[in-house]
Design a protein around this ligand. Structure first.
Ligand code: 4AD
Ligand code: MG
Length: 436
């Protein structure tokens, strides 16, 4: 049996079609039953009229929410419908009549919905968020693929930390060796960039974050480009180009979903390069002025790492994503290149998204010098043996290079304008959530 998808119905006005899907909702009134059928591409109203077929009418009336059904009917233009059409039902096949579906149109608490995440993803809003995620990922891939980057994915089992030892997930690797789930593919990207010039990795990354915030997952997806012969400015230019490309794509391809999410799209439409670039010193001044004006609760001191309120305050001064660069090296990972004139500063840059979405990109220029890196590895208490291969990249054809990581979920949350990143991945992993 052939099948027509709901998002193609407008091309079939006046025709008889077969739709395969699930019952999203229904209601009856007198001689009519209205079935809201969803098939993953959209929702369409299907109307059963008692006098046309009494058996079919009774069967339609008996269906519970999320019953799986195949509907045959003719496509009628309908100006009141959001998708411009509705279906006059002529045939109905029930694959499974479902009863007592746990997620009803009434309000449910977040914990309940998270426990039923495997069903919740069928709901309109969740569906829209995950479609935006799809488009963010597609945009990311198209951007790098069409700009000369080679996809070279990096391992998930790794022998050592990339981003500090406090957030490592340890796994037993056949008893002898310890392995850790990767926090970032960066160190391997530095190898692939030396092989391909420009490369990127895209995959899941893991952080044993004990923080329970709206921005943290323990498993998240990150895209990480890396470029040989590149400096800090090149890294920021690339991040800016990527973000404007993603915003454009989402606005263009996901306007219906953004409507479902009631996203204020003017906020996204106004995103335009160049993004402000703020030196850490100046960011500190802005935060201190904010405190003096009574707009910040705590006084920020030079040398500290930004917390969520600091990031929100900084980006809210601009209405654009902003880069903060030249962080104190003491709060950054071991691999950063230093400022030649002020070696206490790392050549790193974070991109802070507007509207309180916080850091969505972190990256910078990598240390070039072999001896310096050896000292850094020691100073950070990292196991020397595990980094020997990495140091080869400084022994054999070392060049200035850099890149960044962008978190897919944080970016998607910003695009959607939703509160918490747990809804931007089909099955989130968080401090207190491993199920479903
Ligand atoms: O700033 P981070 O830790 O940078 C790195 O891992 C670099 N090694 C990347 C690189 O240069 N190749 O993480 C990069 C981004 C953050 O800006 C954020 O978007 C996301 O990854 N991220 C998280 N997203 C969700 N949950 C978490 N716990 C995250 N931690 C980082
Ligand atoms: Mg970071």
């Amino acid at each position: 049996m052939n099948q027509t998808y709901i998002n193609e119905l407008k091309k079939h006005i006046g025709e008889e079609v077969t739709l395969k899907g699930w019952l999203y909702n229904s209601r009856s009134s007198g001689k009519l039953v209205f079935l809201q059928l969803r098939d993953g591409t959209g929702i369409v109203q299907c109307v059963c009229f008692k006098p046309s077929n009494e058996g079919l009418f009774e069967q339609a009336k008996s269906l519970g929410q999320e019953s799986s059904i195949v509907v045959r009917g003719s496509v009628k233009e309908d100006s009141r419908s959001a998708i411009g059409v509705e279906i006059d039902v002529t045939g109905l096949e029930v694959i499974q009549n479902a009863h007592d579906y746990p997620i009803t149109p009434k309000e449910h608490g977040t914990e309940f919905l998270m426990d039923h995440r495997h069903l919740w993803i069928r709901s309109k809003k969740q569906h829209a968020v995950l479609r935006v995620r799809h488009t963010v990922i597609k945009a990311v891939r198209d951007f790098f693929d069409s700009n000369g980057f080679i996809l070279a994915d990096t391992p998930i089992f790794t022998p050592a930390a990339c981003e500090g030892t406090t957030t490592l997930f340890e796994v037993d690797y056949f008893g002898d060796d310890k392995a850790y789930l990767t926090q970032s593919g960066q160190l391997y990207n530095e190898a692939t960039a030396a092989a391909f010039g420009r490369s990127y990795a895209f995959g899941p990354t893991f952080r044993a974050e004990k923080s329970k915030t709206r921005r943290h997952l323990t498993e998240f997806w990150m895209v990480e480009p890396e470029m040989a012969y590149a400096h800090l400015d090149d890294v920021m230019n690339l991040g800016e180009a990527l973000i404007t490309f993603i915003v454009g794509r989402v606005l263009n391809d996901r306007d219906e979903d953004l409507k479902v999410l009631e996203r204020d799209v003017t906020k996204l439409e106004s995103i335009a390069a160049p993004f402000p670039r703020v030196h850490y010193d100046d960011a500190v001044k802005m935060l201190q002025e904010g405190f003096d004006k009574g707009e910040m609760e705590n006084r920020f001191e030079w040398g500290g790492d930004f917390g969520a309120p600091d990031e929100t305050y900084l980006s809210s001064q601009f209405g654009q994503p902003i880069f903060v660069h030249h962080f104190p090296a003491a709060i950054k990972a071991f691999y950063f290149e230093r400022d030649k004139d002020r070696p206490e500063l790392a050549l790193g840059a974070d991109l802070l998204a507007p509207e309180g979405y916080g850091e969505i990109i972190g990256g910078g220029e990598r240390a070039f010098d072999l001896e310096f890196l050896e000292k850094q590895i020691e100073a950070h208490d990292l196991p020397k043996e595990a980094f020997d291969w990495y140091l080869d990249l400084r022994r054999f054809g070392g060049v200035p290079h850099g890149g960044f990581g962008m978190g897919i979920e944080r970016c998607t949350a910003w695009m959607c304008g939703i509160e918490h990143i747990r809804e931007t991945i089909p099955f989130p992993r968080m401090l207190y959530r491993l199920r479903p």
